[in-house]
Design a protein around this ligand. Structure first.
Ligand code: 4AD
Ligand code: MG
Length: 461
């Protein structure tokens, strides 16, 4: 007797081998003499049809079978006469392992994604969320394999930190102080010397700064872990906790950075198209028609390039289209990003050289002293998917930037040391993993591509 996964069994030829198949019943269809069960073990989208001959399988057992129950099926694979599958499992024995009464919330009918979010502990058993989970896993593998093959070392940067990597003040504070009895200093401020870390601490928004310290030791590194943002943005593309991939390369300028970003995205797209065909077909058919062809096309076509200044000129030509009127110096809004990718470039585009006022302190200042060597990769349907830059590696310029932005030099003492000892041009970027999954699957809301979304007012499960 052999135990196999349903994804493999579906492609196995009929024979006299007796298989044990474990899974959950998705549907049960009764006729006079036989009962058809669709068994799914989550290893693929479409399950295996199991056929129970009522002369062989006891009616008491069949009566216990219902949508959602878990079963152990024993039988041989036979050619299927029905449409939709090559083989089916002719049952010799059926054992119900866990019952699933009528109160099971995932009865066979259409459920909205909003409803499924309320039962996030069960929703991975649906086609959409199951397919998303398999694609997440496959894309994670591709991400590690791209970097590992290209000489990048995987570095684990801290989740708890005392530095604001983006200088944007959007951090969640971490404390063990008793909020009902906060220790105070003589001048009536919170006495953080009594807190767990002896100073104010936060959940990190990015592993970049610590990543840079390792790039300036190991040359090419990447991080891949959760980061946190206390942004009050209730949108379809923002999470309070998201998985962040951040490569960092020493002896590298913005050109090299953009080149890696493009090759990296294309590699992941190709991997998913090749390895997740059934799931991608599902998204292509039911979620975002044409998404497969889009991703395939993008994986073979050079990305567009434009400077921020020229991008603003393009946007100004179509000023009536936008809710927020674009002007030089404004932060590019999602509607603008989408317009550039969807209408102007009809595919991914990399915008570079943003005004320094709207970008983080660490980006290298251009000779014009107005713009910085930052880049954002924008894609259709979503807008920004990657943000990155060449880093300011000149000590004096960086110190001045911190001062101009009212950031305290002493908070970044170790980061500045990188510019004191063996400084080199270096660059990197950050990709939000959930944005990547959204783009590849066509899923509308970022909360449906992460198992347990955290957002304003949402931390259930
Ligand atoms: O553009 P961001 O803020 O850049 C950084 O954090 C840099 N430290 C990256 C680097 O150069 N190493 O964020 C990078 C990416 C965005 O392009 C987006 O894909 C994702 O992170 N992101 C979010 N994803 C989901 N929810 C949020 N709230 C996100 N904020 C950023
Ligand atoms: Mg950004």
């Amino acid at each position: 007797m052999t135990n196999l996964l349903i994804k493999d069994l579906k492609h196995t030829s009929p024979s006299d081998v007796v298989y044990n198949v474990e899974g959950w019943v998705r549907t049960k269809r009764d006729s006079k003499s036989v009962c058809f069960l669709e068994i799914n073990d989550g290893t693929c989208l479409k399950g295996l049809q199991a056929v129970a001959d009522k002369n062989v399988i006891n009616a008491d057992v069949l009566n216990k079978v219902s949508t959602g129950c878990s079963v152990l099926c024993t039988g041989k694979l036979v050619s299927s006469e029905g449409v939709g599958q090559d083989v089916e499992l002719l049952l010799q024995k059926l054992e119900v392992i866990g019952l699933s009464p009528d109160s099971y919330p995932l009865q066979k009918k259409h459920h909205t994604l909003e409803y499924l979010r309320e039962i996030a502990h069960l929703r991975a058993r649906t086609n959409t969320i199951g397919a998303t989970a398999r694609i997440r896993s496959s894309a994670s593998y591709a991400i590690h394999s791209f970097f590992q093959k290209n000489g990048f070392y995987y570095v684990n940067t801290p989740e708890i930190t005392s530095s604001d990597a983006e200088g944007a003040g959007e951090m969640f504070q971490v404390t063990t102080l008793d909020l009902n009895n906060i220790p105070k200093t003589e001048d009536n401020n919170v006495d953080y010397s009594k807190d767990f870390f002896g100073k104010k601490a936060y959940l990190t928004v990015s592993g970049q700064l610590e990543g840079e310290t390792y790039a300036l030791a190991l040359k090419n590194i990447y991080t891949f872990g959760p980061t946190f943002r206390a942004e009050n943005s209730n949108t379809k593309r923002h999470l309070a906790e998201f998985w962040h991939i951040e490569p960092e390369m020493a002896f590298c300028t913005l050109e090299g950075d953009m080149d890696v970003a493009e090759r990296f995205l294309k590699y992941v797209f190709k991997h998913v198209l090749e390895n997740n065909e059934e799931d991608m077909d599902f998204f292509n058919k039911f979620v975002e028609p044409g998404v497969k062809e889009q991703i395939r096309h993008v994986s073979e076509t050079p990305f567009g390039h434009i400077t921020y200044t020229d991008a603003i000129k393009e946007l100004e030509k179509k000023v009536d289209k936008f809710e927020f009127k674009p002007y030089w110096g404004c932060d590019i809004q999602t509607e603008h990003e989408r317009f550039l990718a969807e209408e102007v470039f009809k595919g991914p585009v990399i915008v570079t050289d943003y005004p320094k006022e709207i970008k983080a302190f660490y980006m290298k200042v251009n000779d014009d002293d107005k713009t910085v060597r930052g880049m954002d990769v924008l894609v259709p349907r979503l807008g920004e998917i990657i943000g990155g830059s060449e880093r300011e590696y000149r000590l004096d310029v960086l110190v001045k930037r911190l001062k101009d932005l009212n950031l305290k030099e002493e908070d970044y003492w170790w980061y500045l040391d990188l510019r004191r000892y063996g400084s080199v041009p270096h660059a990197g970027f950050g990709l939000g993993f959930e944005r990547l999954i959204q783009y590849m699957t066509g899923m509308q809301n970022i909360r449906d591509v992460i198992p347990y979304p955290r957002a304003v007012g949402q931390a259930e499960f």
